[in-house]
Design a protein around this ligand. Structure first.
Ligand SMILES: *[C@@H]1O[C@H](CO)[C@@H](O)[C@H](O)[C@H]1NC(C)=O
Ligand SMILES: *[C@@H]1O[C@H](CO)[C@@H](O)[C@H](O)[C@H]1NC(C)=O
Ligand SMILES: *[C@@H]1O[C@H](CO)[C@@H](O)[C@H](O)[C@H]1NC(C)=O
Ligand SMILES: *[C@@H]1O[C@H](CO)[C@@H](O)[C@H](O)[C@H]1NC(C)=O
Ligand SMILES: *[C@@H]1O[C@H](CO)[C@@H](O)[C@H](O)[C@H]1NC(C)=O
Ligand SMILES: *[C@@H]1O[C@H](CO)[C@@H](O)[C@H](O)[C@H]1NC(C)=O
Ligand SMILES: *[C@@H]1O[C@H](CO)[C@@H](O)[C@H](O)[C@H]1NC(C)=O
Ligand SMILES: *[C@@H]1O[C@H](CO)[C@@H](O)[C@H](O)[C@H]1NC(C)=O
Ligand SMILES: *[C@@H]1O[C@H](CO)[C@@H](O)[C@H](O)[C@H]1NC(C)=O
Length: 505
């Protein structure tokens, strides 16, 4: 039996530290370049050992598709291909002859490996839907990497990274799904696309752009409105704050008060070494931002993945509130760190390998995924507004590219979404947990009869996509049931239409 603490120790791996702290320390931390990453798997991939040893593996078959590098022009070099990984589970499929459904998971900013085990929504419901399961890896992650995409691209250096974007990614998905239906002679099988987080955005956009390929989309925790100032920039951190405040008022107060005390200690001549000792850092602190960023990201992380049965916000606050009353405020904060991380030789700046995801998502953020998360003065954090100029400067120095903050809304929309989609589009579920900070950028109202919002008050990031567990609270069970029922409705209607329209031809 794993303790709740150790099962949470995977969480730090999905931390989205965009630039190393050494880079940060040379600038100011006024721009939050390092925002928590969007990831459907943060709360799921707990222990790599159990993930890899799970027995479901026999049902999954891996394939590679020769994918076109550039779908959008006809220059000779655009025709080059790369192997794109996809995985199929046909154990539950009722077959092409019966036009049985296909559930397609659209990969997000990570290798696909975890998805087959982590995204339980597909495996849990495959039998019920008698569906084929397809999982497709996002280009430039995992085993689906075009050549010429060196991980350390120098600015201006020739590379294919320009083809690393969401439009290419959903075109990849369309091509593979169409290819598969042809290969399986399943032209009339209805396809439901499913994704979480960034992958959830892709799923909803896919339904809008490729209605002839997918009859519906489940977009879990997809912050499609966190662009182009559609929502206030502090949406994310306001929810983090609310989560802590709801868990414990004293915990919230302690955290809120801790920042100025950290600054005060840091301003002493040997301040950094005092703080290094207090927080048992693995290496002497280079700068105050190293510590403050670490804490801010930890609080964000636990809020984003504040899922049952352990509720990590409660764990952190348990540490903070559990310290004896006379405890110094920084020692309380440190007790919160220890409660969450468990007993460790050292904390805060342990050496860490930068993940492929961190590197890839940094590129995506520097080009089109300009999610302007900032902190104003309404949170438990110190204000730190999003600054597009300094963000742009950093991207230019990293990659020689200039971010395009308006492109997502130009290409996919987002402004006045209810007005726009009320009479256009259909069959999209936007699911959210309102304790997920990214839900601030989610669609939380019903837009039309079949573009609907299904949210839970106490849910966290992508919780509905995770495999069901005996410990699931009733509201989570119900959320998934509602989603399944809506999807079944789409499929039933599709079969009615299929019959009607094929007879009338
Ligand atoms: C997995 O499969 C192996 C051999 O097929 C079996 O011995 C083991 O008990 C299975 N484990 C689980 C958790 O089902
Ligand atoms: C994919 O492309 C490679 C190189 O062009 C070729 O050798 C291979 O046969 C192709 N595979 C398929 C499945 O078409
Ligand atoms: C599917 O239909 C075809 C043609 O009608 C038939 O030959 C084939 O046996 C059927 N396959 C299954 C699995 O029922
Ligand atoms: C969870 O999913 C399994 C299928 O994997 C299903 O048999 C079971 O009934 C589900 N449990 C709940 C509580 O929904
Ligand atoms: C980083 O990766 C290397 C090579 O895979 C490995 O040997 C090392 O232990 C890793 N370090 C950490 C801190 O995870
Ligand atoms: C802080 O917030 C208050 C309202 O909550 C607002 O009136 C004030 O202008 C804000 N100050 C700054 C510096 O943003
Ligand atoms: C934003 O960043 C730029 C460049 O680093 C800086 O000159 C400017 O003062 C910043 N703006 C604000 C409002 O902090
Ligand atoms: C939207 O409609 C669905 C289906 O009718 C319903 O389950 C859901 O509660 C509605 N959402 C909101 C936010 O009213
Ligand atoms: C959400 O959780 C709080 C306690 O943290 C509880 O009081 C409330 O009833 C829950 N709300 C729902 C809708 O389950």
């Amino acid at each position: 039996m794993k303790s709740p603490i150790s099962s949470l120790q995977w969480l730090p791996l999905i931390l989205f530290l965009v630039i190393s702290t050494s880079v940060l320390s040379t600038t100011t931390a006024t721009t939050l370049f390092d925002i928590p990453r969007l990831s459907p798997l943060g709360g799921i991939l707990q222990d790599p050992e159990t993930v890899l040893s799970a027995n479901v593996s026999d049902d999954f078959e891996t394939f590679y598709y020769n994918q076109t590098l550039d779908h959008f022009n006809y220059m000779p070099e655009s025709y080059s291909t790369f192997p794109q990984r996809y995985v199929i589970n046909s154990k539950y499929w009722d077959g092409a002859n019966r036009s049985a459904p296909i559930l397609a998971y659209l990969g997000a900013e990570a290798p696909l490996d975890g998805a087959m085990y982590g995204i339980g929504f597909l495996t849990d419901n495959a039998a019920e839907f008698k569906s084929l399961l397809v999982y497709i890896e996002h280009r430039y992650y995992g085993k689906s990497i075009p050549s010429g995409s060196s991980r350390e691209v120098a600015p201006g250096k020739a590379s294919t990274l320009g083809y690393f974007n969401s439009a290419q990614a959903i075109a990849d998905y369309a091509e593979i799904i169409i290819y598969l239906k042809e290969k399986l002679q399943a032209q009339y099988s209805p396809v439901i696309v499913i994704g979480g987080s960034y992958g959830g955005m892709l799923a909803s956009w896919f339904r809008l752009k490729y209605p002839h390929v997918a009859i519906g989309a489940l977009a879990s925790s997809a912050p499609i409105l966190y662009f182009d100032d559609i929502i206030p920039q502090d949406g994310y951190y306001c929810i983090v704050t609310k989560d802590f405040r709801e868990a414990s008022e004293t915990c919230y107060q302690t955290i809120k008060n801790s920042w100025s005390i950290i600054d005060e200690v840091a301003s002493k001549p040997d301040g950094l070494s005092i703080l290094s000792k207090t927080f048992k850092t693995c290496n002497p602190l280079d700068s105050i931002y190293e510590l403050k960023n670490y804490l801010r990201l930890m609080y964000s992380q636990v809020a984003q993945y504040n899922s049952p049965p352990h509720y990590p916000v409660t764990i952190v606050c348990g540490g903070i509130d559990g310290a004896p009353p006379e405890t110094d405020i920084l020692d309380k904060v440190f007790a919160g760190v220890v409660a969450y991380k468990g007993n460790s030789k050292c904390y805060v700046n342990a050496p860490e390998n930068i993940s492929e995801t961190t590197v890839g998502w940094r590129w995506q953020r520097c080009t089109e995924m300009v999610i302007p998360i900032g902190i104003t003065n309404n949170t438990m954090f110190q204000p730190s507004p999003f600054n597009l100029s300094s963000f742009t400067e950093k991207c230019r120095s990293l990659y020689g590219v200039t971010p395009r903050p308006h492109w997502v809304t130009t290409y996919y929309g987002g402004h006045d979404i209810k007005l726009v989609l009320n009479k256009f589009g259909s069959n999209i579920i936007f699911s959210n947990g309102l304790r997920d900070p990214y839900s601030s950028g989610g669609v939380l109202v019903n837009i039309s009869e079949s573009i609907v919002a299904v949210h839970t008050v106490n849910g966290s990031h992508c919780l509905d996509l995770q495999a069901n567990q005996s410990t699931d609270p009733e509201w989570l069970v119900r959320q998934r049931e509602v989603e399944v029922k809506i999807i079944k409705g789409w499929i039933t209607q599709y079969y009615v239409d299929l019959l009607a329209f094929s007879q009338s031809q």
